[in-house]
Design a protein around this ligand. Structure first.
Ligand SMILES: Cc1ncc(COP(=O)(O)O)c(C=O)c1O
Length: 395
């Protein structure tokens, strides 16, 4: 290894460790369900995005196995060469139905969907108004486009309006886009989409909503755009297929001309191999399950409300979440890491989330209840929270 790289890595890794910011990654031994096994120990899992429990759903496993038997384990090529199977076409029809749009395009992940979609329509002559707390993949997608990035204060509609006015009246930009998470993953709050749409109409902004944490969760499962009845107003409805949907992948849903453009101009679609047949079949089936019944959605919300009420009663600062995402905001990074480590020792897997994922000084343990947690599991988790919270002087 080059000496300069070696010393760069060693110094910076040590620096992160000293600040308590180095994230140790644990290997899960087996499936990612409501209970997981790590280092041979069973833990109540409050760290996954598997909101509806679909990652381990028996019906979906069987659908994936059947697709593998018929189509094989890989798509074999990028979509434009010959990686598009009839399975991918069916998936995109189902996604459009799910999101209430004319068409949809699927990608290999939510992250690369943001890499793909933003830079396909925005360039250095454009500007993007971006919520300050948007996900890293949105930030990177904006950077890749080379458009001017104008961050507005989190969910601050006066700031957005002022910046939209300034950007459009400056005459400096050909196009201006406003981009936001649907549900903010670290705090669980919902974007103010009706106001965003109103501002967008006033200034002719392109609207882009990444609902990675909303689909399957808000809008009776159909997401945050549906929750507000704005399917006809939002230009880009982005989502991931790896969280509530339980598998892997990402998508854009919107008007047919937008999707046609992305099929010829978005680079991860053109230059990266398609999602595997087993995954695609399982996703399509999962979307149908979510459209057919709200049972898992209702169970998720019941569990979320139960856990929230319990943690609040114990005296934890659970922030301003409007969804099942339940942060326990601790503040100090080292205390947050210690708290999370003690929770694991006692039997709860709730990961510390610290800078750079959240701003410095707002370290938190984030709890993600899922539909397949039982009340008994949640009660056990709350008892452990109480014990460790008191021990460390947090409550
Ligand atoms: C808003 C948002 N967009 C995109 C992603 C990335 O999704 P994926 O895991 O499918 O790449 C996430 C994941 O945390 C997210 O929260």
């Amino acid at each position: 290894m080059s000496k300069i790289l070696d010393s760069f890595l060693n110094e910076n890794l040590q620096d992160l460790r000293n600040q308590g910011l180095y994230n140790e990654i644990d290997a899960v031994e087996g499936a990612n369900g409501p209970i997981i096994t790590i280092n041979g120990k069973q833990l109540i899992n409050l760290s996954s995005n598997n909101y509806l429990g679909l990652a381990t759903n028996e019906e979906l496993k069987q659908v994936a196995k059947n697709a593998i038997d018929r189509y094989g384990v890989g798509a074999g090529a990028v979509r434009t060469i010959n990686g598009t199977m009839d399975l991918h076409v069916k998936l995109e029809e189902k996604l459009a139905e799910f999101k209430g749009t004319e068409a949809a395009i699927s990608y290999q992940s939510g992250f690369n969907c943001n890499m793909a979609a933003i830079s396909a329509v925005m360039d250095k002559n454009d500007a993007i108004l971006s919520d300050q707390l948007n996900h890293a993949s949105i930030i990177d997608g904006c950077r890749l486009s080379k458009a001017k990035i104008i961050a507005y204060n989190h969910s601050d509609m006066d700031d957005l309006r002022a910046k939209a006015k300034e950007a459009t009246e400056s005459g400096l930009y050909n196009k201006v886009m406003v981009i936001t998470d649907g549900v903010f993953s670290m705090d669980g709050d919902i974007a103010k989409l009706p106001e965003i749409v109103e501002i967008a109409k006033e200034y002719d902004l392109i609207t882009y909503v990444d609902d990675a944490h909303g689909s399957g969760v808000t809008g009776k499962g159909k997401g945050t755009v549906k929750h507000f009845g704005l399917e006809k107003e939002i230009d880009f409805q982005i989502g991931t297929l790896s969280k509530a949907i339980g598998v892997v992948g990402g998508y854009v849903a919107g008007k047919k001309n937008l999707i046609d453009w992305l099929k010829v101009r978005s680079r991860p679609f053109l230059f990266s191999t398609a999602v595997t047949p087993g995954d695609v079949a399982a996703i399509t089936h999962a979307l149908q399950m979510i459209m057919d019944s709200t049972e898992l959605h209702d169970q998720l919300w019941e569990n979320g409300d139960y856990l929230k009420a319990g943690l609040k009663k114990l005296g934890f600062n659970i922030g301003a979440s409007e969804t099942p995402i339940t942060p326990c905001i601790i503040g100090d990074e080292k205390l947050t890491q210690t708290f999370s480590r003690r929770l694991v020792e006692e039997g709860v897997y709730a990961k510390a989330i610290v800078f750079p994922t959240v701003p410095k000084g707002t370290g938190r343990v984030r709890n993600m209840p899922i539909a397949s947690h039982t009340k008994e599991m949640l009660d056990d988790a709350l008892a452990i929270y109480e014990k460790v919270g008191k021990e460390l002087g947090i409550i």
